[in-house]
Design a binder for this molecule. Structure first.
Ligand SMILES: *[C@@H]1O[C@H](CO)[C@@H](O)[C@H](O)[C@H]1NC(C)=O
Ligand SMILES: *[C@@H]1O[C@H](CO)[C@@H](O)[C@H](O)[C@H]1NC(C)=O
Ligand SMILES: *[C@@H]1O[C@H](CO)[C@@H](O)[C@H](O)[C@H]1NC(C)=O
Ligand SMILES: *[C@@H]1O[C@H](CO)[C@@H](O)[C@H](O)[C@H]1NC(C)=O
Length: 541
């Protein structure tokens, strides 16, 4: 009896462990050395990733193409530099091509534009007023517009707007915003007192504010420990949301992260709009780090229902404390919290105790049952690390450079050139049979409100109740924030019509307006029982 019981317990433990290992994702090293540290990343509609760090770091580990060199008398470190500080990484071939930025792009921002080009804004020193355009092709390189910006933009946040322009919000000592492209040569920057109010005189704590486009066309802007709903076209604060309980800051250098949770479209509307803010470092953490004390990061997340008349932050506790984490929306609507440290803050040499475990957040689960720790990486991803979702559902992770230069030795957390992929558990080979596969005869060009045919292969009986069609906006990731990130759950998946051997068609309604889905490229996924297909690129106009 005792033996049977012991055996039973042993078997149960073994089964539990096996299931846990299978169900918590895995890591793959893609590249031992991509030549630069992935400080900023943007996925492009041709499955390449535009990556850049900064020009005044010294020599990177990848040479410019064709023996080219960059002459820059204004560069603070090298006047003549034959190494690249930007690359294009091809996800499909796992290959790299060096690119040339002319001026300093350090701690800048950007967005994918409606036509699929990237428009990046600002940086440091000779690059702080520059706008740069990258239009991907096999030989393409950056183009620079010298005085593209009215004000210097360093640590600003960008968002694509319904009209197709970008808004550029804030930046160091910039309590204002501007647009790109400009409506006219005389268009100015607009003052933004919210950034004065949320600015901690010595510690800042409101850089890289969290900016989201609300479905009413206004912006939800979070800085430090609170948020507003903002009408950028009239420079008018429409609503002021309460401070997060506890009052701890969540923006640089107390760097937490935030996402606009998946938005379900029903009959042409998004009913519920929610924002989730996680992690960061407590008040005063930066000053303490300057003195050599690295305080524990925040373990709390705060979730608010922006669409409520009287919204309140609801607090939740992560399994692990985290500063400098990245929050990514996965195709099935779950949130991955990845990278970062459990002590200290963002900034040079100010993070300690890397958090190697990603954590999954399931927004639809009951409060108290939403977090799940995942398989850890072995590589610390501290300040200046990034993470990005790619079309096949993996999350690519790069960067970590908490020093002024590329320091590979004699430092606590060496500059990191390794590039890896985290495969969430939905990519587990055991789920291959239940993964939908989108058929190439699906529609990929939509207009607002269109009835869109999505065709996919899936074996076995398909229950439409377990089916979702989602659209994910590829984001610009840097400093633990993914600009433009949003996930839409499309309306209309009531029936899945069989149209052949294991082939089905659903008719979904394209998003109703540019407020809900600014015109541009998106990744579209069919999700069955939480398992997403590979995405396909779609364009809405
Ligand atoms: C990159 O680093 C490797 C190993 O240290 C070195 O051999 C190589 O010369 C470096 N390449 C460049 C372009 O700096
Ligand atoms: C940091 O150290 C200095 C010098 O020892 C001291 O005056 C200051 O109070 C300390 N600040 C904090 C926040 O601990
Ligand atoms: C990092 O590298 C630079 C340039 O190679 C060097 O001057 C600096 O001392 C290094 N920093 C540290 C913390 O080792
Ligand atoms: C890691 O995950 C990927 C995607 O699920 C899979 O293809 C691969 O076989 C896995 N590798 C290991 C070692 O489990």
């Amino acid at each position: 009896m005792a033996l049977t019981l012991t055996l039973f317990i042993l078997i149960t433990i073994t089964v539990t462990i096996t299931t846990r290992v299978l169900a918590t994702g895995n890591w793959t090293l893609l590249h031992a050395n991509i030549g630069i540290t992935a400080m900023h990343m943007q996925l492009l509609p041709n499955d390449r990733i535009l990556i850049f760090d900064r020009t005044d770091f010294g020599l990177s580990n990848i040479s410019l193409a064709d023996g080219k060199c960059r002459e820059d008398n204004d560069d603070l470190v090298l006047k003549n530099d034959c190494t690249a500080h930007s690359i294009e990484y091809d996800v499909l071939t796992n290959s790299i091509r060096p690119l040339m930025v002319q001026t300093d792009v350090w701690c800048s921002s950007g967005s994918l534009m409606p036509d699929g080009t990237v428009v990046q804004t600002g940086g440091f020193n000779d690059g702080d007023h520059v706008v740069r355009i990258y239009d991907s092709c096999d030989k393409c390189d950056w183009k620079e517009i010298k005085s593209g910006l009215i004000n210097r933009r360093w640590y600003a946040t960008n968002h694509i707007l319904p009209g197709g322009r970008q808004i550029v919000v804030g930046g160091r000592r910039q309590y204002n915003y501007e647009f790109y492209p400009k409506m006219s040569v005389s268009e100015n920057a607009y003052s933004f007192p919210f950034l004065v109010m949320t600015h901690d005189p010595k510690l800042e704590n409101n850089l890289y504010p969290f900016v989201f486009l609300n479905p009413d066309g206004k912006l939800f802007i979070f800085a430090n420990n609170r948020a507003i709903l903002f009408d950028y076209s009239k420079n008018n604060v429409l609503r002021t949301f309460p401070e997060i309980p506890g009052g701890d800051p969540r923006n640089y250098p107390s760097t937490g992260s935030a996402v606009l949770l998946p938005m379900r479209i029903l009959k042409g509307n998004v009913g519920v709009v929610e924002v989730l803010v996680c992690g960061g470092a407590p008040k005063g953490a930066f000053r303490k780090a300057l003195n050599g004390t690295f305080v524990r990061a925040l373990r709390s997340c705060a979730r608010i229902r922006v669409s409520d008349p009287n919204p309140k932050w609801v607090m939740e506790t992560m399994p692990l404390a985290r500063v400098m984490g990245d929050m990514l929306l996965l195709p099935n609507g779950e949130v991955l919290i990845i990278n970062g440290a459990s002590a200290g803050t963002a900034g040079w040499e100010k993070g300690r105790e890397p958090v190697l475990h990603p954590v999954l957040y399931k927004p639809d689960n009951m409060l108290g049952h939403r977090f799940e720790a995942q398989t850890p990486s072995t590589i610390p991803r501290m300040y200046h690390s990034t993470a990005i979702l790619v079309r096949d559902g993996r999350v690519l992770v790069g960067g970590s450079n908490p020093h002024v230069y590329y320091n590979f030795t004699n430092v606590r957390y060496p500059t990191e050139l390794r590039f890896e992929a985290f495969s969430p558990s939905y990519l587990d080979p055991s789920l291959c049979g239940s993964r939908p596969k989108i058929s190439p005869d699906s529609q990929t060009q939509f207009r607002y409100g269109d009835q869109v045919k999505v065709r996919f292969m899936l074996s076995g009986h398909v229950d439409p109740k377990s089916l979702l069609v989602t659209m994910v906006s590829p984001s610009f990731n840097t400093h633990s924030f993914s600009m433009n990130q949003r996930l839409l759950i499309l309306d209309g998946v009531n029936t899945a019509t069989p149209i052949g051997n294991s082939k089905y068609q659903v008719v979904v309604t394209a998003p109703p307006s540019a407020n809900i889905a600014p015109a541009k490229y998106y990744l579209l996924f069919v999700v069955y029982k939480q398992v997403p297909s590979e995405g396909i690129w779609v364009q809405i106009s």
